[in-house]
Design a protein. Structure first.
Length: 273
């Protein structure tokens, strides 16, 4: 999906009423300073859409980003900020819980974990809690550029082990600096957002109408349809020619048989004289 328009449409605080959106949503959760804002800016191709701060715990609201008027990317408050008092932590927890319970359009929850470190107790609690809410968390292992390429697999394996992930569960190493994992992450987001209300995937014609395909994807699709049309026309033409040829052959065979019959009849007349 080509990101052509992004709007921070709704910001919900502790006392705010959650919006009743009609478009599908995907949510992103993670502990404070895990790189969530940087990741959101990277996948949206916007440098300053999500505010980045060196101070943890900056995101204290639920932010709804409208993407292309097709769906929402939802930024949840960061958890685990040690300096936040217990009252604030409790409020953040209630906000996230209310959202997961009340959103009728939420399709998936992405949980961000720093790939450099083993999942914290809060990470494990959040992972288990999201599971208990009926969602299978998709893990985004951030800050992969801080590791050597040879270290990534071992760190990924350790995260999977500690969280108790299954083989089929998805974990994407990601870097906002090198864009590692961006395409894979966007493919998943597309899969959840680019759907009709009945959950059927949007057709290529619908995506072209909404202008969210890349120029290359649109061109390839148009060429493929033109190729299919030519091939169909070619098959129909040959099918028609084949039928005509068969009819002609039958007609020739009938004429030949008639001539033979006439010849036999004439021969019999001569013989009977």
């Amino acid at each position: 999906m080509v990101i052509k328009s992004v709007e921070l449409e709704t910001v919900c605080g502790v006392t705010s009423v959650l919006p009743e959106n009609t478009l599908f949503e995907v949510a992103f959760a993670g502990k404070s300073n895990v790189g969530k804002s940087s990741m959101i800016n990277t996948i949206l191709n916007r440098k300053g859409m999500a505010r980045i701060s060196s101070q943890p715990g900056k995101t204290q609201t639920i932010n709804f980003y409208n993407i292309n008027n097709i769906g929402y990317l939802v930024d949840l408050p960061g958890y685990g900020y040690a300096r936040a008092n217990e009252e604030i932590k409790a409020q953040w927890g209630v906000m996230i819980e209310n959202y997961l319970h009340q959103s009728a359009k939420l399709q998936a929850v992405f949980l961000l974990i720093d790939i450099r470190h083993e999942p914290s107790e809060n990470d494990c609690l959040m992972y288990d809690w999201i599971n208990s809410q009926g969602f299978k968390p998709i893990i985004v292992a951030t800050k992969a550029d801080k590791l050597k390429p040879s270290q990534i697999n071992s760190h990924v394996s350790r995260i999977r082990q500690i969280l108790g992930m299954g083989k089929e569960d998805v974990l994407i190493p990601f870097s906002s600096e090198t864009k590692l994992g961006k395409n894979e992450l966007m493919d998943l987001i597309d899969n959840y957002l680019l759907r009709n209300p009945d959950q059927t995937p949007m057709t290529k014609e619908q995506l072209i109408e909404r202008k969210v395909l890349t120029a290359r994807e649109e061109k390839e699709y148009i060429l493929s349809k033109q190729g299919e049309k030519k091939e169909k026309t070619k098959k129909e033409r040959w099918k028609k020619i084949g039928k005509e040829t068969k009819a002609q052959r039958q007609k020739k065979a009938d004429k030949k048989e008639q001539k033979k019959a006439v010849a036999r009849k004439h021969k019999n007349k001569i013989k009977n004289r």
